[in-house]
Design a protein around this ligand. Structure first.
Ligand SMILES: [Zn+2]
Length: 134
């Protein structure tokens, strides 16, 4: 049985290896250190999973990012429009502000989702790695 400390959702939210959940995907944990935003480790130090399975792999993450962005913008616009009767200028300014401030987080979550779509979590491997203290 999966807990909240493991699995694909855990790896997406915590930027961990999607296969074993034990190693970090990025060289710098903070997505707001923009110079290291896309710097990923080549492989998982625990299970050896490649974090870029093929050249250009993360181009597909743009589709995920687009979907998340549009969904988020729609939700914010709906709340502001129907909940607060906001003007178009307020809607536009708020959405742009949220998008600009949230871009680094969205960028990483999109990559994490894209990688987790192709690499499945292996609880048996994780248990084995933890038992061996690798
Ligand atoms: Zn791993």
């Amino acid at each position: 049985m999966l807990s909240l400390k493991e699995g694909s959702l855990f790896s997406i939210l915590h930027s961990k290896c999607p296969k074993c959940n034990l190693d970090k995907l990025y060289e710098d944990n903070n997505p707001y250190h923009l110079s290291k935003l896309g710097s990923m480790h080549k492989n998982c130090a625990r299970c050896g999973q490649k974090f870029e399975p093929e050249t250009g792999f993360y181009y597909g993450a743009m589709y995920v990012s687009y979907g998340l962005s549009v969904g988020l913008m729609f939700i914010v616009a709906a709340i502001l429009y129907w909940g607060f009767d906001a003007s178009f200028a307020v809607l536009l300014t708020t959405i742009l502000g949220i998008y600009i401030l949230g871009f680094p987080l969205l960028f990483r979550i999109s990559r994490n989702i894209w990688l987790a779509m192709f690499v499945k979590y292996n609880p048996t491997l994780r248990a084995e790695l933890e038992r061996q203290h690798i």
